[in-house]
Design a protein around this ligand. Structure first.
Ligand code: ADP
Ligand code: MG
Ligand code: ZN
Length: 255
């Protein structure tokens, strides 16, 4: 029997069974009974997917809707970006069929790239109950290196690579910040080659435009093919938010 684990109380729709019995009339008018998965099971699955996505706690609850345009001086661009993110989710099936993701970049740190990328991840979990994986490129590379150093590593290089390569929805945070080498190129090429040929969606964030990536040309070509480039305002929203918080506290302190 399936268990309703979304909350301590038992699901009132299925009484914790995980399925509900419904009847449907066939063309002759006969009623047939069948079991349908209860909506509480999606909720339980979504909660699990959130827990295993790797999305940092800071962005766990972020949504496209709560993307605040008023924080930007260039509110016009921020508005366009927010709209584009909303439309990406509304038309997700179409983008998914074509294996097209997005590429968020700005030279400025703190402009909201990671936040919006994670909001998209949260949205596809909620709307498609889809498996999402978030990884920073530097962390991915060090995870793989760790598997070389430890003879009895808990997880093999193949397992690390597979989990990233095959993720149905992948967020690659901060691509372009890693030191490049033949080895780095070969790792990225393996991941992106697999994803491009299986039409798996990837969202990238970076502090450089696609054309300035210092990666092997074959990798850059793949990134260009599999994502739509979006330039974020060159503004540090993190600093702006921190300054506002501080000035409010300073008022309390009377300074
Ligand atoms: N549009 C926004 N609305 C609300 N908070 C934002 C927005 N953009 C950025 N922030 C906040 O500013 C901080 C930096 O954003 P982040 O996405 O990490 O920047 P980046 O990845 O571009 O360096 C985070 O705490 C984030 O929640
Ligand atoms: Mg970031
Ligand atoms: Zn239920």
């Amino acid at each position: 029997m399936m268990n309703n684990s979304t909350s301590d109380s038992v699901c009132p729709i299925c009484n914790g069974k995980g399925f509900v019995i419904t009847w449907q009339k066939d063309e002759r008018g006969n009623l047939t009974e069948y079991a349908r998965r209860c909506q509480c099971q999606d909720k339980a699955e979504q909660l699990k997917l959130k827990g295993t996505s790797g999305i940092p706690a800071e962005y766990e609850k972020c949504t496209v809707r709560s993307f605040d345009i008023s924080l930007y001086k260039d509110a016009e661009t921020a508005k366009k970006i927010k709209h584009a993110a909303g439309e990406y989710i509304n038309h997700f099936q179409q983008f998914r069929e074509q294996g097209k993701g997005l590429y968020f970049y700005s030279r400025a740190k703190g402009s909201g790239k990671t936040r919006l990328a994670c909001s998209l991840g949260n949205a596809v979990i909620a709307t498609n109950t889809m498996r999402v994986s978030y990884i920073k490129t530097i962390e991915l590379l060090s995870m793989i290196k760790d598997t070389y150093n430890k003879k009895d590593a808990e997880i093999t290089e193949k397992e690390v690579l597979d989990s990233i390569k095959k993720a149905p929805f992948l967020i690659v945070d901060d691509i372009g910040t890693e030191k490049t080498s033949e080895w780095v190129n070969s790792i990225f090429l393996e991941i992106l080659d697999y994803r491009i040929s299986h039409l798996l969606v990837t969202i990238f964030t970076s502090n450089v435009p696609q054309s300035d990536l210092k990666l092997d040309e074959r990798i850059v070509d793949r990134i260009i093919k599999m994502s739509i480039e979006i330039h974020f305002p060159e503004e540090n929203i993190r600093r702006k938010k921190a300054n506002t918080e501080c000035s409010e506290l300073l008022k309390i302190l009377g300074i």
